[in-house]
Design a protein around this ligand. Structure first.
Ligand SMILES: NC(=O)C1=CN([C@@H]2O[C@H](COP(=O)(O)OP(=O)(O)OC[C@H]3O[C@@H](n4cnc5c(N)ncnc54)[C@H](O)[C@@H]3O)[C@@H](O)[C@H]2O)C=CC1
Ligand SMILES: O=C(O)C1=N[C@H](C(=O)O)C[C@H](O)C1
Length: 233
């Protein structure tokens, strides 16, 4: 595949390595200073840019009939609009807050545990995410997906960054050194706690998942998720 990277930061560079190892070519590296893009060369776009840039990058690719894999977080207020444009153009799109296999298994585990805990009112939930200090958004996209999985299976109505509303899942976002991404969810009662936790050891898992998604979406049209790619059911 001829890949166009939108965002050539920490993730863009990791994806370049992994994509090349898997026999793909990087034909464009688009970053903040890029003035001109030759879209004709690009078979597929992989966007790991910034919350402000993602929507424009994604929809410009749809206009150019280029399928898009996006891992950028913090732009989701425009997600429905991006999906509409993708469908209007008969395009192909995958957004995932986290492309790693481990986190996608963790998403399933989280939903399953939430369902089991839904009637046990003596347990109160808490979520914590820890990332490097360069991260622009909080809470992380992964934490939001985890919270959505809990809301779907319990009576919690949403999430909040500062604990106050009993009906919302309290999320604590910590920014420390170069931490690649740690997410934990705990259910705490007076007598005990149950905790599940995912710890990324680096960015390889995210990057590999994005390249696998790009390989999977070739020749398809529609809006998909990592659950489709990984066949997790
Ligand atoms: N879904 C997932 O699995 C993962 C998602 N992420 C998300 O991916 C995004 C990027 O993460 P990192 O690479 O760590 O950040 P980074 O800050 O290292 O890289 C972002 C790059 O985007 C560039 N950029 C800014 N405006 C741009 C524009 N208009 N067009 C193209 N590029 C532009 C920046 O100059 C920078 O080089 C973040 O939103 C992060 O939360 C990060 C890791 C995994
Ligand atoms: O910014 C990051 O680094 C990461 N962002 C994603 C998120 O917001 O969940 C995924 C991963 O945790 C790393």
């Amino acid at each position: 595949m001829n890949i166009g990277l939108f965002g050539y930061g920490k993730m863009g560079q990791m994806i370049e390595q992994i994509a090349q190892d898997r026999g793909h070519s990087i034909v464009a590296k688009i970053d903040v200073e890029t003035e001109e893009v030759d879209y004709k060369k690009i078979d597929i776009a992989i966007d790991f840019s910034t919350p402000d840039a993602a929507f424009n990058n994604i929809t410009t690719c749809f206009e150019q009939n280029i399928p898009v894999i996006s891992g950028t977080t913090g732009w989701l207020s425009n997600y429905d609009k991006a999906v509409r444009i993708c469908n209007e153009k008969n395009g192909a799109f995958i957004y995932a807050s986290n492309f790693s296999l481990g986190v996608n298994v963790f998403f399933e585990l989280n939903s399953y545990l939430a369902k089991m805990m839904s009637n046990l009112n003596q347990y109160k939930i808490e979520m914590e995410e820890i990332h490097h200090t360069q991260k622009l958004d909080a809470p992380s996209g992964t934490a939001i997906t985890l919270a959505d999985g809990i809301v779907e299976n319990t009576e919690y109505t949403g999430w909040e960054l500062d604990k106050s509303d009993e009906k919302k899942i309290p999320i604590t976002s910590k920014r420390e050194g170069s931490v690649p991404g740690t997410h934990s969810i705990s259910y705490n009662s007076m007598v005990d706690s149950i905790e599940i936790k995912h710890t990324a050891h680096g960015r390889q898992g995210f990057a590999l998942g994005a390249v696998i998604a790009a390989e999977w979406i070739q020749g398809k049209t529609g809006v998909f998720s990592m659950k489709d790619v990984l066949n997790l059911n």
